[in-house]
Design a protein around this ligand. Structure first.
Ligand code: PA5
Length: 455
């Protein structure tokens, strides 16, 4: 079966939604040389290893080490895997977990989970949530993966400090290495020092590294996302093949061939030429809801920039918004259709769900439900999606569609990889530094000072 994800931008064109909302053929023609120029720069940056996300899926040694460690830890029969991390250190795992594990996974028996642990991604410092996790996951039965690229993020460090105390009290400091795994910066002179290194030394912890040239929000295919994926029994080979397949499709600057560049061109033109400064990501599948969350960070942190690469004050970036079909048809679509025409709506469609669910022949006395009787939820979902797209078109609201043939490691990896490449291209079109986040760093420093630490 062809596993390729497909892009459909017909509803973002002027032929579909008219002017000034849709992109004209002339606008596509005009952007093509800019895409070609940006492609050449991105290829150089990749070659020079300035940014490393493109090649993470090829890192044989990194995959070997996460898979070996996961096999070893899985043999010890942990009931829980708890991720301590925030932002790019957590969102990728949440996205993969929701996409690739069954719904309500943590409520399943160990047998149904095929002996894999339950998963808790602790990406906040709400004391009530954290305390509840502590009650639900006894340290004797839990493996904690603390993930911080910088190794200095206050939220993650506070979580770790609490967990260390709990392990020392309940299991003993000597057992720390059986319960804590660290993922952080490499130990090298050119890497900023990570607090996680001395912790790993003190307790002799298993350690994974995030390459220096990979930022948090681009790190899902590094050990940041791949160790949890291996612990949860995800199809790592499928994930790697999905990345490779999309990498191959993204090798050309031809907009007709390269789905990531085509999407980048559409979103960029929507923002800069069509006044669509909001980018909605709306999957029609519960399993992709957290991909939308992951995308929000990727798009916002990468493109929301004050300064251009030439030092001009530019204040760029679309505001990414997350919605879920069909649920948010009953909450957001009124605004999307009749509110300001300031959005490009990205619909994520799944062609074939893993199950068919028939709507049975019940409630026979209600004739007006005949149209549902004997149909399926699958058909209803497809009709809701189609109905929303057509209704948006009637209101001249541009839509860009991504179609996944089905949900599995291969297709979800294609999707995430494509969105990463799209973001890298969009950053080039905006002429900003896609890979830094000075606005986040400043906030972190102020918070540290407020707590009495060093900025
Ligand atoms: O994308 C990013 O760089 C950020 O969202 C970081 O992932 C986030 O701030 C957490 O940083 P760290 O992994 O250093 O703890």
């Amino acid at each position: 079966m062809n596993q390729d994800i497909r892009i459909d931008i017909a509803r973002a064109k002027s032929a579909a939604v008219g002017q000034p909302h849709g992109i004209t053929p002339a606008e596509f023609d005009e952007i093509e040389p800019h895409i070609a120029e940006a492609h050449a720069i991105l290829c150089k940056e990749r070659e020079n290893k300035a940014y490393g996300f493109w090649d993470l899926y090829k890192d044989e040694a990194a995959f070997q080490s996460v898979e070996n460690a996961a096999a070893d830890f899985l043999n010890r029969g942990y009931e829980n895997l708890v991720i301590l991390g925030i932002g790019g250190s957590a969102l990728g795992t949440t996205a993969l977990t929701t996409a690739l594990l069954p719904p309500f996974y943590n409520l399943m028996t160990r047998r149904r989970r095929k002996n894999h642990p339950r998963i808790f991604v602790m990406d906040n410092i709400d004391p009530v949530t954290f305390r509840t996790m502590m009650r639900l996951c006894s340290p004797e039965k839990t493996l904690y993966n603390v993930i911080s690229k910088s190794g200095g993020t206050a939220e993650t460090m506070s979580q770790l400090m609490i967990v260390v105390e709990m392990i020392e009290k309940k299991v003993g400091a000597e057992a720390m290495a059986e319960h804590v795994v660290v993922t952080s910066n490499p130990r090298s002179d050119d890497a900023p020092p990570s607090h996680l290194h001395p912790v790993a030394d003190q307790y002799k912890l298993t350690e994974f590294t995030v390459p220096l040239n990979v930022g948090g929000r681009f790190s899902v295919f590094s050990p940041v996302g791949m160790f949890p994926a291996a612990m949860l029994g995800m199809d790592i080979d499928g994930i790697r093949e999905g990345c490779a397949a999309m990498d191959q499709r993204c090798a050309t600057s031809d907009l007709k061939e390269n789905p990531a560049y085509l999407r980048a061109a559409v979103q960029y033109l929507m923002d800069t030429a069509k006044d669509k400064n909001i980018s909605v990501m709306m999957p029609y599948a519960d399993s992709l809801r957290d991909v939308a969350d992951w995308y929000r960070q990727l798009w916002a942190e990468s493109l929301g920039k004050r300064w251009s690469l030439d030092g001009e004050e530019v204040y760029t970036g679309q505001t990414p918004v997350k919605a879920l079909g069909a649920t948010d048809q009953h909450s957001q679509i009124q605004l999307y259709r009749e509110g300001p025409n300031d959005k490009i709506i990205n619909i994520l469609e799944v062609r074939k769900f893993d199950t068919n669910l028939r709507i049975p022949d019940t409630l026979g006395s209600i004739k007006s439900l005949d149209y549902l009787r004997g149909s399926t939820m699958n058909k209803l979902m497809a009709a809701e999606l189609r109905g929303t797209m057509d209704a948006l078109k009637l209101s001249k609201r541009p839509v860009s569609r991504i179609v996944l043939p089905r949900i599995n490691g291969h297709t979800v990896a294609q999707l995430l990889y494509m969105l990463e490449v799209e973001t890298a291209m969009a950053g080039r079109l905006y002429n900003v530094n896609t890979f830094d986040q000075p606005g986040v760093e400043e906030g972190k420093q102020i918070a540290r000072r407020l707590m009495g630490g060093q900025g």
